[in-house]
Design a protein around this ligand. Structure first.
Ligand code: SF4
Length: 340
């Protein structure tokens, strides 16, 4: 099997070694929860509300988390699906998942005042798509159809880009010039599944190139590696995150693939007794868009059900920060205001 040559081929960390459990126990994974792109996007909305006052329009969910969106809505943000719902000339924020050039053009046409909260790691993929399309490459974009991020990236070079979501999609590809191909990926995919798809691409199209550094982001990678390391030590994993959060869903899948039941919960009210039946050790993590207070509420809930032993398993240190968009940069001192 050819090597994909990418970071997701690296060995997973050794299984975390816990203390011997005397009673029912929680292993709390780290890193978990908010990534730098989510912190930045939420800060953008809060700062815009502080600076300009409500209402501030936001195209699509700023990040894929119900609690975050509800809280910002209460603070005065108005979430819309499309720019047609924004009054001409009003201020609008683009979400962390990015937009296509067509959306930018529409905003310009309608004289909207745009603040762009696209995660810089999504922008990286957009720029790669533009560059490779200009150089005449066929771009194979690995990702989930209908995800906001994929729609935005596809829009950068629609004539040059083909979306694949799994290995059978790769098997169906018919390419005019297999000498000039490149693959890019959505930022929040499963490392293992992506590796399988890239391997198949390399088997079928040995000349295909990849991005210089992998497109799957550090936050997605680290959270999956933590789940892999701890899965052998628990009988169930609870993932705090919303159903439409791609990176959260991947955490559930990674754990299930390791043979351990895993559940995605918006908050502790969704814990069902069956999830914890015969579970002495439960692991807890959170997707990149899930606020920490929901994790702590889940811990409290588990404690009230006899999980009194708590250990934090830090698999990898994470200290990434992104600067604000240039139009809000002067408000950098407020960068750490996220309370969601
Ligand atoms: S999950 Fe990754 S790509 Fe998405 S906002 Fe966070 S850092 Fe950016």
């Amino acid at each position: 099997m050819p090597s994909t040559g990418l970071a997701y081929d690296t060995a997973i960390p050794e299984a975390y070694s816990p203390l011997v459990a005397q009673q029912k126990k929680i292993i709390l994974l780290k890193p978990r929860g908010f990534c730098a792109g989510v912190v930045r996007a939420i800060d953008v909305v809060r700062i815009a509300l502080d600076l300009y006052g409500a209402p501030i329009y936001v195209r699509k969910e700023i990040v894929h988390n119900r609690h975050v969106v509800d809280e910002l809505r209460r603070a005065g943000a108005i979430f819309v699906e499309e720019l047609g719902e924004v009054p001409e000339g009003a201020r609008v924020i683009f979400s962390a998942h990015g937009v296509s050039p067509a959306v930018r053009a529409e905003a310009k046409e309608r004289r909207l005042q745009v603040i762009d909260a696209t995660c810089p790691l999504v922008t990286k993929v957009h720029l790669e798509a533009v560059r490779f399309a200009k150089q005449g490459y066929t771009i194979i974009l690995i990702g989930h159809r209908d995800h906001d991020e994929v729609i935005g990236t596809l829009g950068e070079a629609p004539e040059s880009t083909i979306l694949v979501s799994d290995v059978p999609d790769v098997d169906r590809l018919e390419i005019k010039d297999p000498e000039r191909m490149v693959y890019l990926t959505q930022t929040t995919l499963s490392l293992d599944e992506t590796s399988e798809i890239v391997t198949r691409l390399l088997e079928r199209f040995p000349k295909i190139q990849g991005p210089k550094t992998q497109d799957i982001c550090y936050a997605t990678e680290n959270r999956q590696l933590a789940v892999k390391a701890v899965a052998p030590l628990c009988q169930a994993l609870l993932v705090v995150g919303s159903q439409n959060s791609s990176n959260s869903r991947r955490l559930v899948e990674v754990c299930q693939k390791a043979g351990v039941p895993a559940y995605l919960l918006d908050d502790c009210s969704e814990v069902q007794p069956g999830m914890l039946a015969d579970v002495d050790t439960v692991a807890v993590t959170a997707g990149a868009s899930a606020p920490e207070h929901l994790v702590q509420e889940l811990i409290d809930h588990l404690r009230s059900h006899g999980y009194n032993d708590l250990e934090e398993a830090e698999i990898k240190e994470e200290d990434v920060r992104f600067t604000l968009p240039s139009d809000l940069e002067t408000f950098t001192p407020r960068l750490h205001i996220v309370r969601a």
